[in-house]
Design a protein around this ligand. Structure first.
Ligand SMILES: [Mg+2]
Length: 268
């Protein structure tokens, strides 16, 4: 029986707009007892807030345990690798919550000698934060970046993503980060572990070829590229050629994916 790792923004909703086939697709998975997990690179919201937003926009009910954010994965990675307990964070509420929830202590700056710098999206990013992060890194802290997305879609068009802030810190400090979010193997491994299935029995479903499908291919999962969100207006073959990332199936929408799953696994 297959399991599913499903992207949120651009796949089930587009910001505050639902994607029409999203709720029927999740009901399809539920009807067939296919296990699934929602995996998002967005570190700004707590899992409960992600679940609330998902329900508000699409009507899909989710438990917070069904959701894995890059913030949670970053916290887990720090603990798993025993990097330290004192963290200098550049980020928003969801990241702060995930780190504190994992027993980590947020400190004010380099004078507190943090062992780790964690950076996610921070819409109050400043020169002072950039300088503080650099000092922490120069004094030996490990640099963790929640996700590599350089740009994010918004109602005003594209806006800078967490990866753009990472680039600034990396340029200034000359320290390379450990990247946690998709397409990193780190978040993929945590999601695969949660589903408790072999990677080859898991479908990674998403709209972003570079992050969702790239992460799925690297993790040896099956991949379904849904042409609903990022780059939906661009030609599929050109994007595949430009990225070198080849999805197992390309679907115009999630209904088409459910037909492919039914054909492949043949259930009643
Ligand atoms: Mg997406």
């Amino acid at each position: 029986m297959p399991g599913f790792i499903i992207d949120l923004d651009g796949t089930l909703y587009a910001g505050t707009n639902p994607i029409a086939e999203a709720a029927p697709f999740i009901h399809y998975l539920q009807d067939h007892d296919y296990p699934y997990m929602f995996v998002t690179n967005n570190s700004s919201r707590r899992p409960e807030e992600v679940a609330h937003h998902l329900f508000q926009v699409t009507g899909i009910q989710a438990n917070s345990e069904d959701i894995l954010t890059s913030a949670q994965a970053a916290a887990k990675y720090i603990n798993e690798n025993i990097l330290g307990r004192k963290v200098f964070m550049i980020g928003e509420n969801g990241l702060a919550h995930a780190l504190q929830n994992a027993g980590l202590h947020l400190v004010a700056g380099p004078e507190d000698k943090p062992e780790v710098v964690v950076q996610g999206i921070d819409r109050s990013f400043t020169y002072a934060k950039l300088a503080a992060a650099c000092r922490c890194l120069w004094e030996g802290a490990v640099f963790i970046a929640t996700n590599p997305d350089l740009q994010l879609p918004s109602e005003y068009g594209l806006t800078p993503g967490a990866g753009s802030l990472t680039a600034a810190i990396q340029a200034a400090s000359q320290v390379k980060p450990v990247i946690i979010g998709k397409p990193s193997a780190i978040i993929m491994r945590y999601a695969i572990e949660h589903l408790g299935r072999k990677a080859e029995d898991i479908w990674v479903v998403g709209d972003n070829l570079a992050t969702d499908i790239g992460g799925g291919v690297a993790a040896n999962c099956k991949t379904a590229w849904i042409r609903s969100g990022v780059g939906a207006h661009l030609a599929a073959d050109e994007l595949i050629q430009a990225t070198g990332i080849n999805p197992e199936v390309t679907c115009s929408d999630l209904y088409q994916l459910s037909c492919i799953i039914t054909a492949r696994y043949g259930h009643v």
